[in-house]
Ligand binder design. Structure first.
Ligand SMILES: *Cc1c(COP(=O)(O)O)cnc(C)c1O
Length: 427
């Protein structure tokens, strides 16, 4: 084994360090495997219940009328998320699109949108109009309000109650911290928040941005009262195989509204050619519980390695997990570059290229990104990125298999070690 890793560029010293860290993680990995097993059964049962057959994999073109496979896939998602209905389409281009679709589907001029968990994901700022942008909800007369989390990251129930008005139509809850420093929320915590909001205003709709959270736990936000649960197919539920797409699972009324917004009033879910994407969407969903488990193990391994070397990790090495993202505060631009170089060098695609910090739209500092993915931008595949500014944190996620995630983390450590940016002797 050690020779194989040496052939990949991981030195004996780094490999042994990794193995030593791993011995302490057996129990946690076993618990992750059990969650994957539970979720595998959930997906399998949904596929059986909906009588999946070879005919479901046929490509449809044009309008896509009578698309048996598309309808069965949506029924499979609805059954796994325990919702009345689902919209799962390659025409939903990404997570941001799915979220914008869900917001635009139910909000009308004069309505107010509330985020009770602080600022939403960066790309939603223009969707909502927090940063002025043509076509934003603000332009259509939808207002926005936000209740910030308490300093310890918990819900500020008083502020939330005060922010809910007769105009509050929809409440948006982001499960994963994304690139913020707050904690990610458990499904159980999201359930408590939804119950509170509905106790203040029973007819308010609750939407959860489920990006990076699917299959991390045994339940999903739709199991605890979310009217719409939304995500991207180039993250967890696509299992690395889906080439593109997004999903919204929810109540029949909400999903009908989303379908009419995606296509056109009067057309709704009846149209939308699958363009031959269904086999990979089905197969990816089938693999998603185990792929997510591998990514989770990678995140925990990284936290345990880097915490032992003295770097702050969010979540820390022992906390329970609610998504697959791992932040590691490396404290210097040199370390960020070395870390990303290692992730890149471990990739199956583009392993020969060197990631360099670069200005990116929407960021006030250069950003470094490492990814060598089969699917462009896929962040269920091993990737790392971060803005080059204090505290010099990299965000690390994905890995189609645990073994690849492990290799990536060992390579990141290898590059830090080679450049004298960590001291393995301290341990
Ligand atoms: C990735 C992500 C999004 C946006 O998804 P894209 O596919 O990048 O558009 C939204 N919210 C959260 C929490 C995310 O992690």
């Amino acid at each position: 084994m050690q020779e194989m890793y040496e052939a990949l560029g991981v030195s004996r010293k780094v490999y042994s360090f990794g193995q030593a860290v791993l011995t302490g993680l057996r129990e946690r990995f076993a618990a992750i495997d059990e969650t994957a097993e539970y979720n595998q059964a959930k997906v399998l049962r949904a596929m059986q219940k909906n009588k999946l057959s070879g005919a479901c994999f046929a490509a449809s073109t044009g309008y896509g009328y009578n698309d048996l496979g598309r309808e069965a896939l949506e029924a499979v998602y609805a059954d796994c998320f325990h919702t009345e209905s689902a919209l799962v389409r390659p025409q939903i281009t990404c997570g941001t699109h799915a979220l914008a679709l869900a917001l635009g589907a139910v909000l009308r001029p004069g309505d107010e949108l509330l985020s009770p968990v602080g600022a939403p994901y960066d790309t939603l700022e223009e969707v909502i109009g927090i940063r002025p942008s043509p076509g934003s909800l603000a332009e259509y007369g939808v207002t926005y309000r936000q209740a910030d989390l308490k300093p310890d990251g918990s819900f500020d129930y008083d502020a939330i109650r005060a922010a809910i008005t007769p105009r509050t139509k929809l409440i948006t809850i982001q499960r994963s911290k994304g690139y913020a420093t707050r904690p990610s929320f458990s499904v159980e915590a999201i359930g408590r928040l939804i119950a509170f909001c509905k106790s203040v205003k029973p007819d308010v709709l609750c939407m959860v941005d489920n990006c990076y959270g699917e299959f991390v736990e045994r339940t999903e936000p739709s199991d605890v009262g979310a009217d719409m649960t939304v995500g991207s197919l180039i993250k967890n539920p696509g299992g690395g195989l889906a080439s593109a797409g997004g999903y919204i699972c929810g109540t029949a009324d909400c999903i009908e509204a989303c379908a009419r917004r995606l296509t056109a009033p009067g057309l709704g879910r009846e149209v939308g050619a699958n363009l031959g994407q269904l086999p990979s969407m089905y197969q990816g969903f089938f693999l998603a519980p185990t792929v997510t488990a591998g990514a989770l193990k990678g995140a925990i391994f990284a936290a345990n390695i880097y915490e032992r070397l003295g770097f702050a990790c969010v979540p820390d090495a022992t906390e329970p997990r609610h998504d697959i993202i791992q932040a590691v505060t490396l404290g210097s631009p040199e370390r960020m570059e070395a870390f990303c170089l290692g992730i890149q060098a471990a990739a199956p695609v583009d392993s020969h290229v060197t990631p360099v910090p670069w200005p990116m739209p929407g960021y006030d500092s250069d950003v470094i990104m490492a990814a060598g993915a089969f699917v462009q931008g896929s962040s269920i595949e091993l990737s790392a990125d971060g803005p080059i500014r204090p505290p010099y944190a990299v965000y690390f996620q994905g890995g189609l298999t645990w073994y690849h995630a492990k290799t990536g983390i060992l390579m990141s450590l290898q590059k830090l070690y080679e450049r004298g940016l960590v001291d393995l002797k301290e341990i």
